[in-house]
Design a protein around this ligand. Structure first.
Ligand code: BDR
Ligand code: CA
Length: 366
């Protein structure tokens, strides 16, 4: 199996919440996407998940770390170590997705168990990532980032040798916009078309730490190994109702006997569906974070992929096109366009030298 390290920011404190019943439906887009990335990385037979670092982002570092442990417990992989990473961006105050209100004092199904294994506190998380990746043969391990890019930026700033050693870096983040894909981009009711999901210009992971993001896309050794899974792509891969139902039931498990885990995943998907529908009018929630894991699998030709070609998602690179990616760092975190400007915008321009700049797939097809 391909060795993988996952850096992520699994959502709000969802423990104890019955998501579909207790949460207001009109809140911000939901952010528990990382759960599906963890599930895929931890259980796919072609992958070997070496460890997880958590980062500030969707929620505080304390919450993302607790959630990562809970998810690993729920999916039967408490053996995978979790290292709490950065609490804040390179040079800004942390911004979190707005917390969900109104859940104190409500009883609900205890959907996520408490982690039986505590997070690892006696090793520096960046060093742990470096050691795990360098312990793999050259050009073999993948690093996947599904959260804010602070830990990843620190890794390559502190241990530049890791860039030359890994096989690839897959990032869920960014939004390119007009001219890149033919699908309409996200929009809020009554607003002009927009490219970002956090501001009209910016995607959440890049917006949270634009300086760290910029350091990654401007690293000449790393760039050729980087794949950017942007909103332009993730907004085409929707978990529509039939897909939500497949999560709940398989041919061998009926709804009435669906496991706690299946019900938890289903409830998350239904919650995403409601918020994406009311926020962006989409017919299903985009599966942002697991796509950053799935892109590794699309390049494999292992026994599992050969035996299950129908389960391999293919990514469209528009004839091998590569992109120079710039990140806008002017502006401040805030709630008005005057304050934020285009902070966190990713400007991706096609380049001529194939392989020298990041890969930015434009679509994924079954
Ligand atoms: C990204 O933001 C996060 O909240 C999601 O988990 C995903 O990584 C989408 O913009
Ligand atoms: Ca995420």
């Amino acid at each position: 199996p391909i060795p993988v390290w996952l850096d992520c920011d699994p959502g709000h404190d969802v423990r104890g919440q019955n998501l579909t019943k207790t949460l207001p439906q009109t809140l911000t887009i939901s952010h528990e996407q990382d759960v599906f990335a963890i599930l895929l990385a931890a259980h796919h037979p072609s992958l070997n998940l070496l460890g997880i670092t958590t980062v500030h982002g969707n929620s505080s570092l304390a919450n993302t770390t607790a959630n990562a442990g809970s998810v690993l417990e729920a999916i039967g992989r408490p053996d995978i170590p979790v290292y709490p990473g950065s609490k804040k961006p390179f040079s800004r105050v942390a911004v979190h997705a707005p917390d969900i209100h109104g859940h104190s004092g409500l009883d609900g199904t205890d959907l996520l168990p408490k982690a039986s294994r505590p997070p690892v506190l006696d090793t520096n998380p960046i060093l742990a990532m470096r050691n795990a990746l360098l312990a793999q043969p050259p050009n073999r391990a993948w690093l996947v980032a599904t959260g804010t890019l602070t830990n990843i930026g620190l890794l390559f700033a502190t241990f530049p040798e890791v860039a030359g050693h890994i096989k690839g870096l897959s990032i869920m983040g960014g939004a390119v916009g007009e001219g890149f894909t033919d699908v309409p981009m996200s929009r809020l009711p009554g607003e002009e078309p927009r490219v970002g999901n956090t501001t009209p210009w910016a995607e959440f992971n890049i917006y949270c730490d634009p300086e760290a993001s910029r350091s990654i896309f401007s690293n000449p050794i790393l760039s050729p190994k980087t794949t950017l899974i942007a909103l332009d792509l993730t907004h085409q891969v929707l978990a529509t109702v039939p897909i939500q139902e497949r999560v709940l039931k398989t041919s061998t498990s009926q709804a009435s006997t669906a496991s706690e885990l299946r019900r938890m995943l289903y409830e998350l998907l239904v919650f995403f569906a409601n918020t994406y529908h009311s926020t962006f009018g989409m017919e299903g929630p985009p599966l942002h974070d697991p796509l950053a894991v799935a892109v590794i699998l699309s390049n494999l030709n292992s026994d599992y992929e050969q035996a299950h070609p129908d389960k391999v998602l293919k990514f469209d690179d528009r004839n091998g096109e590569r992109f120079a990616v710039q990140v806008v760092t002017d502006g401040q975190h805030g709630s008005t366009p005057e304050v934020t400007g285009q902070l966190g915008r990713t400007i991706a321009k096609p380049t001529e030298g194939p392989g020298e700049t990041p890969r930015v797939p434009s679509a994924a097809v079954a």
